[in-house]
Ligand binder design. Structure first.
Ligand code: ZN
Ligand code: ZN
Ligand code: FE
Length: 762
C-alpha cells in the first residue's frame, strides 16, 4: 500500500510568540514524521507540513488540543497545498514588517522544571535566582520593543556564555530561543546593600537578606515588575513598623508563602483557590484566615482574610526557602509610600525607599515596565479579578468583534487604560489612583509604551465625563492637540459595556446593567452609584436608582462612614439619637456643623451611591465610623455577615426610586433589641439582594429584558454577589458577571472603548 503525501498550510493567531510555540511545532512535526517549516509572522505563526494524511491531521489536532501552556490560540486556519518536497522540518526566521504587531506575553511565574533545577545541586543553575526558560520568566517587564528578541529586552547587556548559547540554538532544548535565558556565568547577579554599602553578592547577598528578615528588618527586594518591601509576616513589631513607615494604617498587606503547604498552615484553601494560587499567573488570592494562624494581626487588621501568593520568581523561592527558625511567610507589599506607584528602578528605589527599608536586595537586570501583583478572589467557584496586572497584562482581551483603534483613558481610582486594535483590547497593567504627579507620569509612560509596543495609533480618544479626573484632562488635552475626536462616556454606562465585553457579548440586544459602585459623575451632575441601566454598547436608559441623599463634603465622605450614616438618617427623617453608634462617634460640635451642612446643602452634592449606602449601614450597626481606605467599612461589614441569617428589611421602591428609610428603621430597631452585628450585617445584605431582585422583576415586566449585567466595585462583595446571582437566576434572569477584568474601576477603560466604538465619530 502506498501512502500518499499531502501538504497543509496552517496559520495560528493569538499569543504564540515568546511562549515556546515554534519548538513545540518542531517537536510535534518530528513526532508525526512530517517535513516542512514554521515561522513567526506579523500576525502569529505560519506552518507548512508535508506527510501522510493521517499524520498531518494528527499534527493539526494536536496544535489545537495541546498547545504549550503559555500559548493562547485565538484563531487556527488551515488549507491544503501541494507537497513541496521538504526533506526535514525547519524553523525559519522572519523579518518584521513596519506596523506589524503581535500580542506580548505577560511575565510568567517560574515553571516546575526550572524550580526543580533551581534546587538540584548538580544542575549548572543550582540556586541561580534568575533561572528561566521558554515556559517561564520575565517578558512584559523587560520588553522594550518588538519583535521580542533579546537585543530589544533589558537582557541586551548580558552576552550569553557558550553553554547558554548552545541551549538557545537547540530546538530540542527547553531554552530554545528563550530570550531572557541566563546562568550564573553570564547572567544577572544579586547584591545586598545596607547604608549605601555593598555588603555581599550572589549567595552571600541572599543569606544576608534572609538573616535581616529573620531579625525583623524591612528589606526592599527588587523583583519582577518592581520592588517589594518584605518583612517577617509572623513578627508583629516588624509588620507594625512597616505600616508606620509606609503610612498605611489598615489596608491589608500581601503575604507570600514558600509553598501550598505553608499557605494551608495559615488559610483555608478550596480546590479552586489552589488552582488560582498555582496558575501560571500566581496572583495574590484573598483567602479565609485560619484560626490560630501565626500571621501578625497587623498584616490584615480587622479582616477575616489574608491576601496570599506563592513565590513567582526563583529569587522569591530562594528568599523563602524553609529553614529552622526562618518564617514560613513574608509580607511582600509594593514598595512605595501610600498612593504612589511601585518603585521599579534602582535610583527610584534608593531615593524613595530610603526611609522605608533597612536594606536592599538588588540585582542588575533592569525592569523596563513596572507592574504590581495581581489580586483575585474565588467567587461562585470561579476566579474574580480585583486587580489585573502582573501575569495577566498585557494579554489582550478578545473583543466580540473588531473595532477601530481607540485609546480609552479609564477612571480616577484603580486606573487602567486601554488601547484597541482589531478585535483585541490591550487593557493596561494596574496604574493606581490618579491622584498625584508620579502616578500621572506612570500613566503617560504606560500609554506611550503600549502604543509603541502594539503599533497602535488611536483614531479616537475616550474618557470619563468627570472633567477633574487627571485621566480626563489628559484625554481632553491630547484630543485638542491631535485633533482626534473625544468621546466622553458616562461612568456607569462604561461599567455596563465592560461587563458585556468581558462576557463576549456580540449583539445589540439591551441588557439590564446593575452598575453599583462608590462614585461616578452622572449626566445630571449628581454622584451616581446604584444605577439600573437598560442598555447596550451604544446607549442606555437610567430606569432606577437609590433616592438621592446629600454627600457631605463630597469625595471626603468616603473616609467618614459615620457622617454618611447621619446624612442617610437625616434624609430619612430619623432622629440622631445619641446612643446610635455613628452619632456617638461624632462630638456635639461636629454634629451641629454636619446638620448645618446638610440643611443648607453646603458642599454636599446629591448622590445615589451604593458604596456609600454600605458605608452608612456599616457605621449604623457599629462596625466602622472612620475609614482609612475606600470601601473599608463595607469590607469589614461583609466579613462579619452571618451566612446562616435569612432575615431582611424592605426598601421602598416607587417610580424608579429606591428609598432605604424602612431599612434604617429596621436596623435601628433590631439593634436596640440587642441583635448581634453579624446578624444585622446579614439582614442588611439580604435586604439589598431582595431590593435588586424586586427592581429587576419590575423592569423585566416593563421591558421584557432577560439578562442582567453586574459591574462596579460593590460586586466585589462576595456575600452580596453570590446571593444576588442565585436570586436572579432563580427568577429566570441570565446573569453576566466579570471574570477577565475587575468589576471595579479597573474595567472602565475597556467599557469606554466599547462605547466609543459605537459613537458617531468613528
Ligand atoms: Zn521554566
Ligand atoms: Zn550562561
Ligand atoms: Fe466605578
Amino acid at each position: 500500500m502506498t501512502t500518499e503525501i499531502v501538504g497543509l498550510k496552517i496559520w495560528v493567531r493569538g499569543i504564540v510568540q515568546g511562549v515556546g510555540f515554534r519548538p513545540f511545532i518542531y517537536g510535534l512535526a518530528e513526532t508525526h514524521h512530517l517535513t516542512g517549516w514554521v515561522r513567526n509572522t506579523s500576525s502569529g505563526v505560519e506552518i507548512e507540513v508535508n506527510g501522510p494524511q493521517a499524520g498531518v491531521f494528527a499534527f493539526l489536532s494536536a496544535i489545537h488540543d495541546n498547545p504549550p501552556p503559555l500559548a493562547r490560540i485565538d484563531e487556527l486556519h488551515s488549507q491544503p497545498c501541494e507537497p513541496n518536497g521538504y526533506t526535514s522540518f525547519e524553523i525559519h526566521s522572519s523579518q518584521p514588517q513596519a506596523g506589524d504587531f503581535i500580542p506580548v506575553s505577560p511575565d510568567v511565574s517560574i515553571c516546575p522544571d526550572c524550580q526543580k533545577e533551581l534546587f538540584s545541586p548538580t544542575d549548572r543553575r543550582y540556586r541561580y535566582p534568575f533561572i528561566n526558560c521558554t515556559n517561564c520568566g520575565p517578558r512584559f517587564s523587560i520588553i522594550k520593543d518588538i519583535p521580542y528578541d533579546r537585543p530589544l529586552t533589558t537582557m541586551a547587556g548580558f552576552k550569553m556564555c557558550p553553554d547558554c548559547q548552545a541551549e538557545y540554538d537547540d530546538p530540542h532544548n527547553r531554552r530554545f530561543h528563550a530570550q531572557p535565558t541566563a546562568c550564573p556565568v553570564c547572567g544577572p547577579q544579586l547584591w545586598y546593600e545596607e547604608n549605601g554599602q555593598n555588603l555581599g553578592e550572589r549567595e552571600e547577598a541572599l543569606q544576608l537578606a534572609r538573616q535581616a528578615l529573620k531579625a525583623g528588618k524591612i528589606i526592599a527586594v527588587k523583583g519582577l515588575g518592581g520592588f517589594h518591601l518584605a518583612c517577617d509576616a509572623t513578627n508583629p513589631q516588624a509588620v507594625e513598623e512597616l505600616r508606620k513607615r509606609k503610612k498605611r494604617s489598615d489596608k491589608p498587606f500581601a503575604v507570600m508563602a514558600f509553598d501550598l503547604a505553608a499557605v494551608e498552615r495559615h488559610c483555608l484553601v478550596s480546590s479552586k483557590e489552589k488552582e488560582l494560587l498555582q496558575s501560571h499567573q500566581h496572583p495574590i488570592v484573598i483567602l479565609e484566615r485560619k484560626p490560630g494562624s501565626a500571621v501578625a494581626e497587623a498584616a490584615a487588621p480587622y479582616q477575616h482574610t489574608i491576601g496570599m501568593m506563592l513565590p513567582y520568581t526563583p529569587l522569591h523561592l530562594l528568599l523563602l526557602e524553609p529553614a529552622p527558625g526562618f518564617p514560613d511567610v513574608l509580607v511582600m507589599t509594593s514598595a512605595n509610600l501610600s498612593e504612589e506607584p511601585i518603585a521599579y528602578t534602582d535610583e527610584d528605589a534608593h531615593s524613595r525607599l530610603a526611609e522605608l527599608a533597612d536594606a536592599y536586595l538588588l540585582h542588575d537586570r533592569p525592569i523596563h515596565m513596572r507592574g504590581d501583583d495581581s489580586v483575585a478572589r474565588v467567587i461562585n467557584q470561579s476566579p474574580f479579578m480585583i486587580r489585573r496586572s502582573r501575569g495577566y497584562a498585557p494579554d489582550p482581551i478578545q473583543l466580540p468583534y473588531a473595532i477601530p483603534s481607540i485609546l480609552a483613558v479609564g477612571a480616577e481610582l484603580k486606573n487602567t487604560f486601554c488601547l484597541t486594535r482589531d478585535d483585541y483590547a490591550f487593557l493596561s497593567h494596574f496604574i493606581g489612583d490618579m491622584e498625584n504627579y508620579e502616578t500621572l507620569r506612570s500613566f503617560e509612560e504606560g500609554i506611550a509604551h503600549f502604543e509603541r509596543l502594539f503599533r497602535i495609533q488611536p483614531g479616537v480618544i475616550a474618557s470619563d465625563l468627570h472633567p477633574d479626573y487627571l485621566a480626563t484632562r489628559y484625554a481632553v488635552q491630547r484630543a485638542t492637540e491631535s485633533g482626534l475626536p473625544l468621546v466622553q462616556v458616562q461612568h456607569h454606562h462604561a461599567h455596563l459595556a465592560a461587563c458585556l465585553a468581558d462576557n463576549h457579548w456580540d449583539t445589540d440586544e439591551p441588557v439590564l446593567g446593575l452598575s453599583f459602585d462608590g462614585t461616578g459623575l452622572g449626566t445630571d451632575g449628581a454622584v451616581w452609584g446604584s444605577e439600573f441601566l437598560l442598555g447596550n454598547y451604544a446607549g442606555y436608559r437610567r430606569l432606577c436608582h437609590l433616592a438621592y441623599v446629600p454627600l457631605p463634603g463630597g469625595d471626603m465622605a468616603t473616609r467618614k462612614p459615620a457622617r454618611m450614616a447621619l446624612a442617610h438618617l437625616w434624609q430619612a427623617g430619623i432622629d440622631w439619637e445619641t446612643d446610635l453608634p455613628p452619632v456617638e462617634a461624632l462630638c456635639y460640635d461636629e454634629r451641629t456643623a454636619l446638620r448645618t451642612q446638610l440643611t443648607h446643602r453646603l458642599n454636599s452634592p446629591s448622590t445615589s451611591s451604593m458604596g456609600r449606602l454600605f458605608d452608612a449601614a456599616s457605621a449604623l450597626i457599629g462596625v466602622r465610623q472612620v475609614a482609612t481606605y475606600e470601601g473599608q467599612a463595607a469590607i469589614e461589614m461583609e466579613a462579619m455577615a452571618d451566612p446562616h441569617e435569612g432575615g431582611s428589611y424592605v426598601f421602598d421602591i416607587v417610580d424608579g426610586l429606591v428609598d432605604p428609610a424602612p431599612v434604617w428603621q429596621g436596623l435601628i430597631s433590631d439593634w436596640r433589641q440587642g441583635t448581634s452585628r453579624p446578624v444585622l450585617s446579614a439582614r442588611f445584605h439580604n435586604s439589598v439582594v431582595q431590593m435588586v431582585l424586586d427592581v429587576c422583576k419590575i423592569i423585566q415586566q416593563q421591558t421584557g429584558v432577560k439578562t442582567a449585567a453586574l459591574s462596579g466595585g460593590v460586586w466585589q462583595n462576595r456575600f452580596l454577589l453570590e446571593k444576588t446571582c442565585a436570586a436572579l437566576e432563580k427568577s429566570g434572569f441570565a446573569v453576566l458577571t466579570h471574570h477577565q477584568v475587575p468589576a471595579n474601576d479597573g474595567c472602565i477603560a475597556l467599557g469606554q472603548a466599547m462605547v466609543a466604538a459605537k459613537a458617531d465619530v468613528v
